[in-house]
Design a protein around this ligand. Sequence first.
Ligand code: 26Q
Length: 817
Amino acid sequence: LDYTARPGSTVSGHELANQISQELRLGQEVEPSQATSAQVYKASAAVVRRQMVEAWQRGQSQMVQGHTRAVGYLSAEYLLGKQLPNALLNTGLEAPFQQAMQELGFEPDDIFAAEREPGLGNGGLGRLAACYIDSLSSEGVPAFGYGIRYQYGIFEQAFDQEGRQRELADTWLEEGEPWGFENFGRARRVSFGGSVVAEGDRRTWQPDWAVKAVPVDYMVPGYASGRVNTLRLWEAKAYQEFDLATFNQSDYIGAVVPKVKAETISKVLYPEDSTPQGKELRLEQQYFFVAASLADAIATFYPGEREPDLTTLPSKICFQLNDTHPVIGIPELMRLLMDEHGYGWDEAWSITTRVFNYTCHTLLPEALEEWPAQLIAHLLPRHWEIIQEIDRRFVADLQARQVSDEQIDRMRIVTKADQPKVRMAYLATVGGSYVNGVAELHSQLLKDVTLKDFSALFPEKFTNVTNGVTPRRFVRLANPRLSALISEGLGSDAWLSDLEQLKGLEALADDPSFVDKFIEVKRANKADFVAFAQRKYGFEIDPDTMFDSMIKRLHEYKRQSLKILAVIAQYAAVKSGQVDPRSLVPRTVIFGAKAAPGYAMAKETIQLINNVARVVNNDPQVAGALSVRFPWNYNIELAEHLIPATELDEQISQAGKEASGTGNMKFALNGSLTVGTLDGANVEIRSRVGADNFFLFGMQVEDVDRLYSEGYDPRAYYEADPRLKAAIDMVASGSFSEGERSTYRNLVEDWLSKDYFMTLADFSAYMDIQSEIDEAYRDQRGWARKAIINVANSGFFSSDRAVKDYLERIWHTGPQE
Ligand code: 26Q
């Protein structure tokens, strides 16, 4: 294999074994035969990293010297998952590593198990960023991922005796971490607070405190592309170990306070993923990483230049804003251009609006970030001035276009109120070139609802890029059996970098021997999951049941409560003698979900699921027919084990609420069938795999709108469907709380009086589709056929395709020339 095609791939297994041995002896002072898995992991990481260095540096200098516009992906989150298996696959070192481990007498899986996954994200948005940097490297595009190196990532979830969620610190750095390279030479100063002073016609910011942003660099190797990009995650450090003035006043402890304050900035990831926490520290985090990243990009492309010609910046790089979290970058770039480099407003604005683009990931109005002006003014006084000026000019522009006062007030970046707020989505829309949603339906709703006024006036700004996932991690690494079968069926593994090739499997859906092999793959994956769940959670799962999974953050709009109510209804029907358990298709219903620590309703739902599991799993009357499992601490590792083993995937959000979903894509690519509403990317999955191979149910966006406007009364649905009534009554009467009727009071009250996301209205349709699913499942070969057709038609959902869409429609760039 060509070295440039796959960095590292010329290394033999024996050579790799020698390098790892050497690293163990010299780097860790341990004899290979005595080394622990953790030591071998660390040594392997160091060796693999070294294999990538040359390609990394080559790519870096080609980027700076070349003429291909680079991409700067700005994201507060990267939910990476384990690095070692991915680095081995992408660099072509998988087989040599296997050999090396054999030679050294270690099991690769034990070595992989020693890695703590970097959980530097909450869910979909963070995982999307991780998929996109993988695809950017795989497509050969010069790119940076910029973000924050949180010392504590997403909390580790535990369940207490009562089934309630407990949050534990994610101590992923406790024993060090071999991938990140602290690049002290590229550290930057990031300032806060203070005031703005006028010097002649120039206004300058005189901040009153600052922190040092130290980049920790991670290599991002492309799959078989020879390109290794950089993920640069910033860590906050204090400039002074001790405040000497305070120290000299003999307040020894007080003297470290500023240091602690500075280092708090990159301490912990905020675990809320849909109700923004308007906390000062969060704004500090946002500005911290964005300011460091913009300065870093300029320093990268204009090295050593004291007065760089920044009018060329848009030809060097463009920045993608992953939701509104990095939007403070817009006024920051204006400030850099005007205050530090002397450009006038118009020139600065022209540069700024050409380098930024914004991706929106939500439809929930309460999830749109709005910062109190007062907070911005206090923390970033110069940015506040610039934001006001952007707003002033924008309003003037609207007035010149004869926009009504009423509409102007709706569109203001800074709201008109006693306590004005800055609407970050509006600032992003005005301050950049393109705005995109993350699935067709979502982008349409953005134009029709959320950003309607903007799309009416600036239609050319709006576009769609449907999300995608990396087939390397989520098919090849997570599901080696299916990958081997696909390669056998297609005659090569070229599908891994050209996922539309999966289409070639469609013909094999009617080949009985291929169908048999597909069934065997799923069976073996289920057996693996059973063993994993036994080992890790102590669960006893019957592999001869349908694996029915719902894994995603816990949120009311996603409607985990619809799923659990359906389980309860089924259970109630057996208990009341209406249903013979032997007539059911045996199921194992599996949940994985973290709730934001302050989200009471979500936490109550977790408790309910755990207690339904406790009751159902211990009831001999349903044994063999129904069980419920809730493995705690859902993360990338669990996803990689569960998705390949799943047969039925639940995507049951209220229509018009899930921007895209990406789990749905991972499941379809791994041969699960989806039960879902017409929401997010479900719409596109269904239209690609065909209506016969997708279990659609429930209200559509128009039905939801109509029902809201007619006045929604959930109690009517409770009275109308005896199955629903039985299920809710069971919860209310204490069946899942040892007779205590108050445990789920909030949930029950909400269902019967509010039910904002219309779980009750969709319940009957959901129960009915589940009966159809049972019927379909009884025909195992028919089911497998549908699953194969799902795989064959899901190639579109590769993050490579998504990145190519961004390249063509938004970034206007491509592979390094
Ligand atoms: C904002 C301010 C303060 C604190 C936290 C936040 C915050 C953090 C994370 C707000 C939102 C998020 C995450 C959102 C998210 O994951 N959205 C999901 O993005 C996916 C990728 O596009 C979509 O597939 C999902 O539909 C969408 O819910």
